[in-house]
Design a protein around this ligand. Structure first.
Ligand code: GLN
Ligand code: ZN
Length: 767
């Protein structure tokens, strides 16, 4: 039995790679210094893996930015718009693809970025043209294999699967499907494999996560073609075909019969597929059991895992089974040992957690346990694992009977407002008396250096609470006065007291904990530190009422209460794995519901519940969408439905593809939705030709990602598009998203122009 690791975090335990890359971009360190840092990280990682006893160490799992971009770069799939700058060094060109180029009148947009399957990691989308040719530009896989070898590590090179690579991309012209590029890419792919084999690689890992998605016949055919051809060319090399993030389901026969030597399956996400895989696995093929969760922070349950391993051993025999991480550990934080502040993370909770380094030991301990070769330390680890898991089942920290009972008692009525929208709309109109095309913003105002500085000093204890709050009050008051002067109709307080829209709530909810170094790569040098939901979630105290009340006390115009919705809070956290996500989401929904009700009691007339992440939780297979919508939409409705008809509930969404889920969005039944639209020139509105969105909507009229001040003309143009398909009385005017990353200077100008747009339109249509 061998242990198999699919990949390891590359950002460094202290985000060394992030810091080095950013310093390199700023011209503060040389290319060589950046490389030195990368090499240190790589060697450190292999050492950890080797010390832990991993048999198959990955190489080429490292990346300076993204593994998909690496592959595009390797095979020279570089979009032609970058030709004007091809005199740059390889390293500079590589980063330019990721980050774009603006210098000396040359303006080249970066390669588009999107989510890696259903993770929070973003990859750079390959761009393809008809009959595109490929050639080996830079053999990164070989370079990394040799580098490892030179440093004493025999590794298993990791290659992105050819079919998955093509499917991850986008056609940039009409008249072909990217899968047709198989023929052109395969020779280069073989060239890479040949070079690895020549250099001595015995085992090569090929990542094909698309095998857990819905595939067309053409795509299935491509799988057969590519891998028959590859195996034929390299009969002696051992290939591991990895699938992860889901079950093979209807692709099971396809995946099992591809002529590769080892199949890797994800048993964390899809434990149930083991039986069928074991029955159907062709003779002689080995199976890698993805059993240690690469995407979450909880310790493994050894008892349960060993049962699965034994099942596989029994059918296949010892030598045919490998024990592995479910996917690359890229999605895990690096090292739990760094968390030594007991005030941040208590010892009781800490014993339930495993980060990447700890997961390595879990993999090797499981091997020893399943093959009766535990050392003393291993035996100790097994005992500790049982203690921690048992403790987790009953810990008072986790289990709150009141919360559980409340979730069980949720009724259909809790998910509905008192009356239907049409009735609410009239009532709200009478209360709020808003003009046609009301103007508003999404919630946050610029988080200036100053504001961040106050928070940092407050957290360090340098700035006393009272002074900190005085500063915040002043900032809120200024923002309210600006909004009044600008003529905005529905105001916000500006969110100056918040660090992050999930963390701010997590810090006030029971059932949440935080780490100091639990960073995970989101894209390039950007990392996130998701809070951890370890237990039943409840809200001990009101979370936002005081600041909302304060802001409202400053003005006679309505100020929106501002909350993050249950699905987004769930989606941007590490979520406990001992109950369904839907249950955790309902608990959060009830906590938010209480907050909404408290805001209403405090005389807040409009409450916004942001759900920008609602689309991200969508399952990988279409057939599972309905079930997800059922609980996700319901959770939102539960959070929003505790109030009177007269209270106006807003929601907000952005930076996702919403066209194919517009009915589910309508089903959320928010009185008003503000939604990002301007970057796509209101493409979203296309769906309203067939689907009449029933409630009020504010399609964003300007992109907040750039300091550019939009003109009245362009915003009017976009609004006119909206007026064509949405009843005028239902339309709001607002930016695409919150303004916290902007400066005040452009923010003020843009909002003044936005109000002017609304006034012009009112003149035109009120007549
Ligand atoms: N209310 C939040 C803000 O304005 C919404 C942020 C988001 O959509 N990601 O910043
Ligand atoms: Zn947004």
């Amino acid at each position: 039995m061998k242990t198999n690791l699919l990949g390891y975090p590359r950002i460094g335990e202290k985000r060394e790679l992030k810091k080095a890359s950013e310093a390199f971009w700023a011209g503060k360190i040389s290319e060589k210094e950046l490389f030195d840092m990368a090499n240190t990280i790589r060697i450190h990682n292999w050492n950890l893996q080797k010390e832990a006893g991993i048999d198959l160490l990955p190489s080429n799992d490292f990346s300076f930015y993204d593994q998909v971009l690496d592959f595009s770069f390797s095979v020279d799939a570089i979009p032609s718009r970058f030709t004007p700058i091809n005199q740059l060094s390889d390293m500079e060109l590589y980063f330019t693809l990721a980050r774009g180029y603006q210098k000396n009148d040359i303006d080249i947009t970066a390669v588009e970025m999107t989510k890696w399957f259903d993770t929070n990691y973003h990859y750079l989308v390959p761009e393809f043209t008809k009959n595109q040719s490929f050639s080996l530009r830079y053999n990164k896989a070989l370079a990394e294999y040799k580098f490892a070898k030179a440093n004493g590590f025999e590794t298993k090179p990791v290659l992105l699967g050819l079919v998955t690579y093509l499917l991850l991309g986008k056609e940039k012209e009409e008249g072909f499907h990217r899968i047709e590029l198989v023929e052109n890419l395969l020779p280069v792919y073989k060239q890479i494999v040949q070079s690895l084999v020549d250099a001595g690689a015995k085992t090569i890992q090929i990542d094909e996560p698309y095998l857990v998605l819905d595939l067309s016949d053409k795509e299935k055919e491509a799988y057969n073609q590519v891998y028959s051809s590859l195996k034929q060319a390299f009969p002696i090399t051992e290939f591991i075909l990895t699938t992860y993030f889901g079950a093979l389901e209807n692709n099971i026969d396809l995946a099992l019969n591809l002529p590769l030597d080892i199949l890797h399956i994800d048993l964390v996400r899809a434990e149930n597929q083991l039986d069928e895989v074991l029955t159907k696995l062709p003779k002689g093929k080995k199976l890698s059991l993805g059993i240690v969760d690469g995407r979450n922070v909880w310790i493994n349950d050894f008892e349960k895992s060993v049962a699965l391993i034994k099942k596989a051993q029994k059918v296949l025999g010892n030598d045919q089974v490998l024990i592995a991480s479910s996917c690359s550990l890229l999605h895990s934080p690096c090292n739990l040992e760094r968390e030594n502040n007991e005030k941040v993370l208590t010892p009781e909770i800490k014993q339930w957690l495993a980060f990447a380094k700890q997961k390595l030991s879990e993999i090797t301990t499981l091997k020893a346990l399943a093959s009766n070769s535990l050392t003393d330390a291993g035996r100790q680890a097994v005992i500790q694992n049982k203690i921690a898991n048992d403790n987790r089942k009953t810990s008072k920290l986790i289990h709150d009977e009141v919360v559980k009972a409340r979730v069980n008692a949720i009724t259909e009525k809790d998910a509905h407002r008192k009356s239907k929208f049409a009735e609410r709309q009239t009532i709200q109109q009478n209360v709020l008396k808003l003009p046609l095309f009301p103007t508003t913003t999404i919630g946050s105002f610029p988080q200036t250096q100053e504001v961040r500085g106050w928070r940092a000093n407050f957290n360090k204890g340098i700035l006393p609470l009272e002074e900190y709050e005085t500063l915040l009050k002043k900032e809120i008051e200024e923002s309210i006065r600006f909004q009044e002067d600008a003529g905005i109709d529905v105001l916000v307080h500006g969110e100056f007291e918040r660090n992050d829209m999930v963390e701010y709530f997590g810090e006030q909810l029971k059932g949440y904990t935080f780490t100091k170094f639990g960073w995970v790569q989101s894209y390039g040098s950007r990392c996130v530190k998701p809070p951890i939901i370890y237990g039943d979630v409840s809200r001990p105290n009101a979370m936002t009422v005081r600041w909302s009340k304060f802001a409202q006390s400053l003005t006679s115009l309505p100020v929106k209460g501002m909350l993050t919705g249950p699905v987004t809070i769930l989606q941007w956290s590490f979520v406990r794995d001992d109950q369904p996500r839907s249950v955790t989401c309902m608990q959060i929904a009830l906590a938010i519901r209480d907050e909404v009700v408290d805001l209403e009691k405090a005389d807040i007339k409009i409450i916004q519940i942001d759900e920008p992440a609602v689309r991200e939780g969508l399952p990988l297979r279409r057939k599972d969408w309905q079930a997800y919508y059922y609980w996700a939409i319901r959770a939102f409705r539960i959070s929003a439905s505790g109030v009177e008809n007269s209270t106006q509930i807003h929601t907000h969404m952005c930076y996702s593809e919403f066209n194919d889920m517009i009915e589910a969005i309508a089903d959320m039944d928010a009185d008003v939705i503000t939604i990002e639209c301007s970057r796509s020139q209101m493409e979203l509105l296309d769906v309203f030709a067939n689907f009449k969105y029933p409630n009020e909507i504010g399609p964003g009229v300007y992109d907040i990602h750039s300091p550019r001040v939009p003109s009245v003309e362009e915003m009017s143009f976009l609004m006119e598009k909206a007026i064509n398909v949405i009843p005028k009385r239902n339309l709001w005017i607002n930016p695409d998203c919150g303004l916290k990353t902007r400066h005040w200077k452009e923010t003020k100008k843009a909002l003044v122009a936005m109000v002017k747009t609304a006034k012009d339109l009112r003149k035109k249509y009120n007549a």
